[in-house]
Design a protein around this ligand. Structure first.
Ligand code: GLY
Length: 300
């Protein structure tokens, strides 16, 4: 059995942009599905789906990333494997096409996180795709360079047929941020976490708030408490309930967030306090993509 869930960012999506978000999520889901259905690993599925989202300028990751206050793209990404707690992350990286692939390449290195020029040098050493930093800025962004527009992270969580969980995040950060700013997305326990015994989670939203409250770590505590309460599936009946306390925490301090989660049995859940949060999920059991732009569209 495999299971896959991904999101395109906790943010406001204008009605005319909804289709692009749905289509982008479906395309990414298909890339991850192809890996998992072909017997590939969760971490490879996370990378495959993440690269599609990074390529699509609809999303704030890779090409089309938010611009900092200098009008430049600086990106962050994190990947984690739930079997062995390997973490790979990059922060404030410029001029790479796929930060999620650089983060994945970091999984088996001694450091868990490289930043800035060192991260780009690592990507070059691993022969990952480099580019001119300006190539990540879309023509529309150049035209709107002075206009601030809230945008957010992408995230993917996968369970493979071997029982391994993996999670990945990638972001251009928040529009107009100070150069060098790092949010939740590359920090394990803040923007993401994976543990084969408990589950895996990816956050999106106001990175400072998410990091201050270590929201991914809180979700893992919730998952752990539920596991202790009951070994049965009933404990996971409404898996998004594990996300609610974290979202309330961030809302209480004035922040916006969304999160996706997978349990070790492949049950997925998602929740958000942002107006929209495009999410897509699929399992080997129904082999059918489910795509939503906001939670209330799910009809529960
Ligand atoms: N959640 C992305 C960031 O704050 O950088």
């Amino acid at each position: 059995m495999w299971s896959l869930i991904l999101h395109g960012g906790a943010k406001e999506i204008d009605p005319e942009e909804e289709e692009a978000h749905r289509n982008g999520c479906i395309k990414a889901l298909e890339a991850g599905r192809a890996v998992l259905a072909g017997g590939g690993t969760a971490v490879d599925a996370v990378e495959a789906a993440g690269r599609v989202l990074e390529t699509d300028p609809t999303f704030n990751a890779g090409y089309g990333s938010a611009l900092n206050s200098d009008g430049e793209v600086e990106m962050c990404a994190g990947v984690m494997e739930g079997r062995n707690f390997n973490v790979g992350a990059v922060a404030v990286i410029k001029g790479v096409r796929h930060p999620i692939s650089v983060a994945k390449a970091m999984l088996h290195e001694e450091p868990i996180l490289l930043a800035s020029d060192g991260a780009r040098r690592f990507a070059a050493d691993k022969q990952l795709e480099l580019c001119d930093p300006a190539d990540l800025v879309t023509p529309q962004q150049r035209d709107l360079a002075s206009k601030s527009e809230a945008k957010d992270t992408i995230g993917v969580v996968a369970l493979d047929q071997y029982g391994d969980l993996a999670v990945g995040t990638s972001t251009g950060g928040l529009d107009g941020s100070a150069p060098g700013r790092v949010g939740d997305s590359p920090q394990p326990g803040c923007g993401y976490y994976a543990d084969n015994q408990l589950g895996a989670v990816a956050f999106s939203g106001d990175g400072e708030h998410i990091a201050r409250k270590a929201l991914a770590a809180r979700v893992m505590q919730e998952l752990s408490a539920r596991r202790a309460l009951s070994s049965g599936q009933a404990a996971m009946a409404g898996v998004e309930e594990v996300l609610e306390p974290s979202l309330m925490e961030v809302e209480a301090i004035g922040g916006e967030a969304g999160a996706i989660v997978l349990t070790p049995t492949g049950k997925s859940g998602w929740a958000h306090n942002s107006r929209e949060f495009a999410v897509a999920f699929m399992t080997s059991e129904d082999n059918h993509p489910h795509v939503f732009v906001r939670k209330r569209d799910e009809g529960r």
